[in-house]
Design a protein around this ligand. Structure first.
Ligand code: NAP
Length: 345
């Protein structure tokens, strides 16, 4: 019988890549999602649906009774918690919901595992946003750097991060946090900066949009490819000892430099494309995030993508969507409605 893994947030960017990767390694994957698949939100895993080892489980991660049942019935080798209210900007609008999903649910999962399946190895999706982006060391933030959360999202992630450590120390659970720096892909949500850039510029090239409204262009982000980052998540749980790891490329750019680069790929002038929109500014922003991933590299992780290779792949993908019947117009429409109600880059 195949070894089992539970992946929450399986319809999301990382969840879908991780499910794909684990199936390739021969695991039986239980992918937890929370929405009705009739709306096309399952597009990231549509290609996995017929895989004999892929099972979809509908459950909100705040529904602790059904999660208890799932963990108790499957006794998985691995539990990857990737579900989250993952938008930093939106967390200012829904701080309570963000705290419940991104912090409370993590404590509930750890406690369920402690009670019903203590051998299960647990992965929590921590984030570079926990560092707050000031006083960044020359070579980037390491696992030891003090945390300074600057958004409701980061506050919740810090609480979850400490809970993982606490369950590891107090109960001996094999629980790890991956402190992941920004990562994107052609499966990135349309309301995150990298995707706004690649999709927006592709729309301009196709004549469907005139310019690109953006917020703070000075924020610097260490940016990699989600495909590389899910391999790091798996690697952490394969070690002899549970620990926390920074995952980053050690390279990056400002949002302005990213847009300039994609404009260059498209043969467009930056000034013709960019429009400042104050609605996308956040109450507090994180200016500079660079990661020092020496620790995870010392156990064998190596990213294949840098930010330019990533953006090129995303831009080419978004250009191909312009003429393809594959474009998920419903998802884009929902995102545009959502984006117009919120303020973020
Ligand atoms: P994502 O694409 O937004 O995926 C998150 C998934 O979680 C979505 O499918 C979402 O479903 C689901 N979800 C949200 N609330 C839920 C709930 N109550 N019950 C069940 N599912 C729920 O995010 P991602 O980029 O793959 O990131 C994966 C994880 O890594 C997240 O925890 C994120 O905070 C963290 N992280 C991401 C980055 C990055 O740069 N991508 C960096 C550091 C850490 P809906 O669509 O229905 O909301």
């Amino acid at each position: 019988m195949a070894t089992r893994a539970i992946v929450t947030g399986v319809f999301g960017q990382d969840g879908s890549y991780l499910a794909e990767f684990l199936l390739g390694q021969g695991y039986e994957v239980y992918g937890v999602y929370r929405r009705c698949i009739a709306h096309g939100e399952d597009e990231n895993v549509a290609h996995l649906k017929n895989h004999q080892n892929f099972k979809l489980v509908e459950s909100d991660i705040l529904e602790y009774s059904s999660l208890t049942e799932l963990i108790s019935d499957t006794k998985p080798e691995f539990f990857f918690n990737l579900a989250a209210q993952s938008h930093v900007g939106y967390s200012f609008k829904v701080p309570i919901e963000t705290f419940r999903v991104d912090a409370e649910a993590v404590i509930a999962q750890l406690d369920i595992i402690r009670r019903v399946s203590p051998k299960t190895r647990y992965y929590q999706a921590s984030t570079s946003e926990m560092f707050g982006g000031i006083d960044c060391p020359k070579h980037g933030y390491t696992e030891q750097h003090p945390l300074n959360p600057c958004s409701p999202y980061a506050v919740a992630k810090v609480a979850a991060h400490h809970a993982v450590k606490n369950y590891r120390q107090a109960y001996g659970l094999f629980a790890c946090s991956g402190i992941l720096f920004n990562h994107s892909s052609p499966r990135r949500g349309y309301d995150f900066a990298t995707r706004k850039i690649t999709h927006g510029v592709a729309q301009i090239v196709a004549g469907k949009q005139q310019y690109l409204p953006m917020g703070n262009m000075d924020a610097f982000r260490d940016e990699g490819h989600a495909k590389d980052y899910v391999k790091a998540q798996y690697l952490m749980l394969m070690q002899d000892k549970a620990d926390d790891y920074v995952v980053a490329t050690g390279d990056g750019a400002t949002i302005r430099q990213m847009l300039e680069y994609v404009c260059q790929l498209a043969g467009l002038a930056y000034d013709d494309v960019y429009r400042m929109n104050p609605e996308f500014m956040r109450p507090s922003d994180v200016p500079f995030l660079l990661g020092d991933s020496s620790k995870i590299r010392s156990i064998g992780w190596q990213p294949e993508y840098d930010w330019k290779k990533l953006l090129k792949e995303m831009f080419e993908h978004d250009c191909s969507l312009q003429s393809s019947a594959n474009v998920n117009s419903l998802q884009i429409k929902r995102t545009q409605e959502f984006t117009s109600k919120t303020a973020r880059t």
